[in-house]
Ligand binder design. Structure first.
Ligand SMILES: Cc1cc2nc3c(=O)[nH]c(=O)nc-3n(C[C@H](O)[C@H](O)[C@H](O)COP(=O)(O)OP(=O)(O)OC[C@H]3O[C@@H](n4cnc5c(N)ncnc54)[C@H](O)[C@@H]3O)c2cc1C
Length: 373
């Protein structure tokens, strides 16, 4: 049986695993990046809104809030330096009733406590001048929100990693993990080969809870069990001709940000994602959702027709909270307290995981540095 040995193994080549591999490769040698699919970024990292979030929505003091803010500025810098296509396009959050206006001002207060101090209050008139097709009684403009080509970002992180000596292997699924008191024995593809590793970083996205469980972690006791939550998108043709991202006021409990209008770098407008908890991973978009999408969008884009909407794509959020439950934070933990030294779990890395990826990577490097000596 083939056996290989590495100092550090990163499981999962989504945007988070790629960012971690590259960051670690600046400080350490002997790194393996393990991915079960035939290429990188084929799951959640290529099925999202590609928005660089400002950091408005997340609970004060949470990792989601701090890593989103730090990640946003790291990401804009990286985009400039590496020539990754992006645009600081700005986002409007629009209220359509007095109740929503109240919620909007509360959201502004929360954003400011999180350190987002560039939000501008807009009147209905100003919104009409910016976006004539949008209906709103008032709104907030977030000038630091942008869009990014996530595929270019991932390619750049992969190249950065391999240039620094990271070994990236594909079609290699971690199927079992065992700690022998010194190293982790990682079984790949049901025993096709094994890897011995001193440090393991579990950034396996939708499978990160199952990967954690391979080490004997009790998912219920640690509250690590994921509740996958699908978000579907509909595209619109002809395009409504908007120039900003347009978001409604988010629903309570933060199950999603509300069906919003996203614009990609090619100028294509998509609406989504909605919120649907699911038992299995199925990336088909249900055409039957057209009426519900149409109804949500009509609130802030009254002119659009039902027929202009077509099912597009979907992504699945690796959520830690179930329907109606309080928002949970990212789990980013080194698990010595569970008898698993040098094993780092990243679980529940839903939005704003793309925005935060470079800050998450720094945090993981800081967790690992003390145990590498
Ligand atoms: C609908 C939707 C919209 C979103 N919009 C935004 C947005 O606009 N802005 C933003 O900042 N964030 C957004 N996000 C969140 C963002 O997409 C995620 O936080 C991010 O992509 C997570 O990256 P990841 O690397 O952790 O996970 P993934 O991309 O899922 O990567 C995990 C990788 O691990 C691999 N893997 C799993 N198990 C194993 C195993 N046993 N062995 C080997 N490999 C394994 C998988 O194949 C996969 O490639 C959105 C998410 C969704 C679902």
């Amino acid at each position: 049986m083939e056996r290989h040995s590495f100092d550090i193994t990163v499981i999962g080549a989504g945007v988070v695993g790629l960012a971690i591999a590259e960051e670690l490769s600046r400080h350490f040698k002997g790194i393996l990046l393990l991915e079960k699919n035939e290429s990188h970024g084929q799951e959640t990292s290529s099925r999202n809104s590609e928005v660089i979030h400002a950091g408005i929505y997340y609970p004060e003091g949470s990792l989601k809030a701090s890593l989103c803010l730090e990640g946003k500025s790291l990401l804009y810098d990286a985009c400039e330096k590496r020539g990754i296509p992006h645009r600081r396009i700005g986002k409007l959050i629009v209220a359509t009733s007095p109740e929503e206006e109240e919620a909007l001002w509360a959201l502004q207060g929360k954003a400011e406590r999180n350190g987002v101090d560039d939000l501008l209050r807009l009147s209905d008139k100003v919104i009409r001048s910016l976006e004539p097709s949008v209906f709103a009684t008032a709104g907030l403009l977030s000038p630091s929100t942008g869009i990014i080509d996530s595929h270019s970002l991932m390619r750049s992180l992969l190249v950065g990693s391999t240039d620094n000596g990271v070994t990236a292997v594909f079609r290699s699924c971690l199927t079992a993990a065992r700690f022998d008191g010194d190293r982790y024995d990682l079984e790949i593809n049901d025993g096709e080969y094994h890897v011995a590793s001193r440090v393991v970083v579990n950034s396996a996205g939708l499978q990160s809870d199952r990967v954690a469980a391979m080490t004997g972690i009790d998912l219920e006791r640690e509250r690590y069990r994921l509740k996958p939550c699908k978000g579907s998108y509909f595209s619109m043709s002809p395009s409504p001709g908007i120039r900003h991202l347009v978001y409604p006021v988010p629903a309570p409990k933060h199950e999603g940000l509300g069906v919003h209008a996203t614009i990609d770098l090619g100028g294509r407008v998509r609406f989504g994602p909605d919120v649907e908890y699911v038992d299995s991973i199925d990336y088909r978009v249900d055409e039957g959702k057209r009426d519900a999408f149409h109804e949500s969008i009509l609130k802030y884009l009254p002119g659009i027709s039902r027929e202009s909407l077509s099912p597009d794509m979907c992504g699945i959020r690796p959520k830690l909270q179930g329907p109606g439950e309080d928002i949970r934070d990212f789990v980013i933990r080194e698990e010595s307290r569970l008898g698993l030294p040098r094993w780092v779990n990243l679980i529940g890395i839903e939005s704003p995981g793309l925005t935060a990826c470079l800050a998450i990577a720094r945090r993981v490097a800081n967790l690992i540095a003390p145990v590498m000596d």
